[in-house]
Design a protein around this ligand. Structure first.
Ligand SMILES: Cc1cc2nc3c(=O)[nH]c(=O)nc-3n(C[C@H](O)[C@H](O)[C@H](O)COP(=O)(O)OP(=O)(O)OC[C@H]3O[C@@H](n4cnc5c(N)ncnc54)[C@H](O)[C@@H]3O)c2cc1C
Length: 529
């Protein structure tokens, strides 16, 4: 493909960008995806490490830990089927009797699949709260006649109206790290949509998170498109109010009448395009948007096999029931005094993929939401502005300190783990900024708070002719499902056609027989380069 015969350029290969590109390539558009990193996927990419002097390898997921609604007609399988990927990705279901285990100081709760079982288990655990719980769950399940009046109000107001105590509130928002908004700012509709997504079943893709971008890259390339790594866009070019191409940091230019940005929203508007091309109202709104809190991650390789010892469940571990307080600490720029950890084990979710961890070993990821401020992490301008931070002693020692705090938390949640650690490393919000160029090191885009949801978020079509948006900050929201659904929404806006309803009614774009991905010996990581 030469740079003069393109129909569409996509900046960024996160799942939003790749999904949009796959739908456009299969609809006959000559599509070029430009990714700054050396592997496609953005937050859905994985990385591999060797421990024990190179003898033991582990694979770690950045941002695909569990996904809801992946049964036969679930949202993500439907989106994949629409570009010819039916049956190419197998989704392994986590324990339907408790895909999430919420551990509090003196109480545990296993979240089961299905609204009815969820309701039964909650009311059995909190018999004194039964009336309030039924009322609250009716609203969250969108069965209450006044749901619409609640949708955009904060979750904490619903809890107040239902007179729920602190313990049951903590259980209801015990998985809120998946959207990182405190109950006082999280709209009811966010929790309703989030829990409904996972109550349809929680899944992990066989082969690890990288299979998602790898198969989408295959679709794009097999349909005449191109995906280029190490290609960092410096400018999105606009002429006479119309997007017309991009310039890379190398100076190379590509021209196309449609440019989709899957890059961070603020960087897209304020840096890649630049403010002078937008209305003052748009620039002001983009400046004002608050980003979601970022996540601190610890990656552990263990010389013990937890495949048959632990249920196929994530663990959400809490030092206290005051979840709002943990967010308050972050808002005030402190690492939460009480820990709230998300612990997940890829080798338990996908026991047969040796690349994740060989038999006898375990791959574990631990996460906690933290404040974004550069200075807390001993960084000034940040890596997106070119700052070299990695070797700074203050950065390294604070990162190590937070990592050890999380490891101690894991030891409290799963005693005996510490002595089995043979690989240990951490990623800060600064690491996230470096690898995805996101503002404030978040992967969730602009915060899904009451003042920033639904119509208050950008739609894929912008006020600049030919410029479109895909990714976590759009009206479709973040997460694997939000960014992929947003990718379809973006391609629909480009083609002026509702592709989602087309694929829901069974339409398949492109020719599935051309696809080469999958099968024995296929390595999704290599296929994503
Ligand atoms: C620790 C963690 C755990 C998570 N767990 C889950 C989970 O279990 N389930 C779930 O559903 N979601 C999870 N998520 C969230 C989910 O991964 C993200 O919301 C989603 O993948 C974001 O997709 P996106 O389309 O917005 O693109 P992104 O993943 O943000 O990718 C954007 C891409 O654009 C590239 N880019 C940016 N600027 C440029 C430029 N100038 N030139 C070229 N390329 C550029 C970046 O390098 C990147 O590859 C998690 C995220 C994290 C970080």
């Amino acid at each position: 493909m030469t740079n003069s015969d393109l129909d569409v350029i996509v900046v960024g290969s996160g799942l939003g960008g790749l999904t949009a590109a796959a739908y456009l390539a299969t609809n006959g558009r000559r599509t070029l995806v430009l990714e700054q990193h050396y592997v496609a996927g953005g937050n859905s990419h994985v990385f591999r490490r060797k421990a024990l002097h190179g003898e033991q390898s582990f694979e770690f997921d950045v941002g695909v830990h569990y996904i809801g609604d992946c049964g036969p007609n679930g949202m993500i399988p439907t989106i994949l089927r629409g570009v010819g990927l039916e049956g190419k990705i197998e989704f392994l279901e986590m324990d339907p009797d408790g895909f999430d285990t919420l551990m509090f100081p003196d109480f545990s709760f296993r979240v089961p699949k299905g609204w009815d079982r969820y309701r039964e288990r909650l009311t059995a655990a909190f018999p004194d709260e039964e009336t309030g719980l039924h009322r609250c769950l009716d609203v969250l399940q969108q069965k209450a006649p006044d749901f619409a009046q609640w949708a955009m109000r904060p979750l904490s107001e619903l809890f107040d109206e239902c007179r729920l105590g602190q313990k049951v509130r903590a259980v209801l928002v015990g998985e809120s790290g998946a959207y990182a908004v405190p109950p006082s700012r999280a709209p009811v509709i966010l929790q309703a949509g989030f829990i409904d997504h996972y109550l349809k079943g929680a899944y992990y893709p066989r082969g690890g998170g990288q299979v998602l971008p790898a198969h989408l890259v295959d679709v794009i390339r097999s349909n005449g498109g191109e995906v280029r790594m190490r290609a960092k866009t410096e400018r999105i070019l606009v002429k006479d109010g119309h997007a017309c191409g991009v310039r890379l940091t190398t100076g190379e230019e590509f021209r196309a009448p449609v440019v989709i940005s899957n890059a961070d929203l603020k960087r897209t508007v304020l840096e890649l395009v630049s403010a002078e091309h937008f209305s003052p109202e748009t620039v002001a709104r983009v400046n004002e948007y608050r980003m979601a809190l970022p996540i601190f991650c610890v990656y552990l390789g263990l010389d013990i096999d937890l495949r048959d010892r632990l249920p196929n469940s994530n663990v959400w571990y809490y030092d206290s029931y005051d979840i709002e307080g943990m967010y308050r600490d972050c808002d005030e720029g402190r690492i939460p005094a009480d820990l709230g950890l998300f612990i997940t084990l890829a080798s338990v979710k996908d026991p047969d993929t040796e690349a994740i961890a060989a038999k006898g070993y375990t791959s574990m990821e631990v996460m906690m939401w933290v404040p974004p401020d550069h200075r807390l992490w001993a960084v000034e301008d940040g890596p997106a502005a070119g700052e070299r931070y990695h070797g700074k002693p203050e950065y390294r020692s604070f990162k190590d300190q937070v990592m050890e705090t999380l490891v101690d938390g894991v030891e409290r949640a799963i005693p005996g783990i510490k002595e089995h650690i043979i690989w240990k490393e951490a990623a800060t919000p600064i690491t996230q900024e470096k690898y995805t160029l996101s503002t404030a090191g978040t992967s969730y885009g602009i915060e899904m708070a009451t003042d920033q949801v639904g119509p208050m978020r950008p739609s894929p079509k912008t006020e600049i002719e030919g410029l479109y948006l895909a990714g976590a900050s759009t009206m479709f929201g973040h997460g694997i499902v939000g960014s992929m659904r947003g990718g379809v929404g973006c391609a629909s806006a480009v083609l002026d056609r509702d592709l989602m309803s087309d694929v829901e009614s069974g339409q398949v774009f492109g020719d599935p027989s051309k696809l080469e991905g999958g099968g024995p010996g296929w390595d999704p990581w290599e296929a994503s380069r």
